[in-house]
Design a protein around this ligand. Structure first.
Ligand SMILES: [Zn+2]
Length: 184
């Protein structure tokens, strides 16, 4: 996912149409449009998890310039890997795109509030901002049960933007779990 920008400098990631110029936009309403669009991509990625019986959670990472650096969906069942959460996979791909583990200035967008492992990974990667869809009152570690991304004892704090397309993100999860509940 690389191409050359106008200056001939190799820029990491993929340019997104709504993220040209200042990213994110300064105005709150303009910013909301960008978060909604990015969450739409995360929702689309999440929907692909269903085919492998994975809980539909999708995530992506955009750089400080708004370019797409990484994309991931929950692949725990597909791969048998307990750490294959959407956020971890998106962070890994973003770090590979950037060629470094530090993701300073980056924004991670995810359809469900990160768990303790993913919140820890966000802090470890020095991600600047977390944009989340649905809150997870049972296991969320970004404001619900714990708040690891804004813990003052950590050496890094992440800005949290919550509730972006919350209903759609929650509905996708509910639709996945409802038939499973009937069988048990
Ligand atoms: Zn997680």
């Amino acid at each position: 996912m690389s191409d050359d920008d106008a200056g001939g400098v190799r820029a990491a990631g993929l340019a997104l149409p709504w993220a040209q110029g200042t990213f994110p936009p300064a105005g709150l309403s303009e910013r909301r449009v960008v978060w909604d669009a990015l969450m739409g991509m995360a929702l689309h990625e999440a929907s692909h998890a269903i085919a492998s019986g994975d809980v539909p959670v999708g995530a992506l990472v955009v750089g400080p310039d708004g370019r797409l650096l990484g994309l991931g969906r929950n692949r725990r069942e597909e791969t048998g890997d307990p750490t294959a959460h959407a956020e971890v996979l998106a962070l890994r791909q973003a770090a590979m795109s950037r060629g470094q583990w530090r993701l300073d200035g980056c924004t991670l967008v995810v359809t469900l509030e990160p768990c303790a492992m993913c919140a820890g990974a966000l802090v470890a990667a020095r991600v600047r901002r977390l944009v989340l869809g649905a809150w997870d009152p049972k296991a969320g570690a970004s404001g619900s049960v714990w708040d690891l991304v804004r813990d003052q004892r950590a050496n890094h704090a992440v800005e949290v933007v919550g509730g972006v397309r919350e209903q759609e993100c929650a509905d996708l999860l509910r639709a996945f779990f409802e038939p499973h509940r009937e069988r048990t």
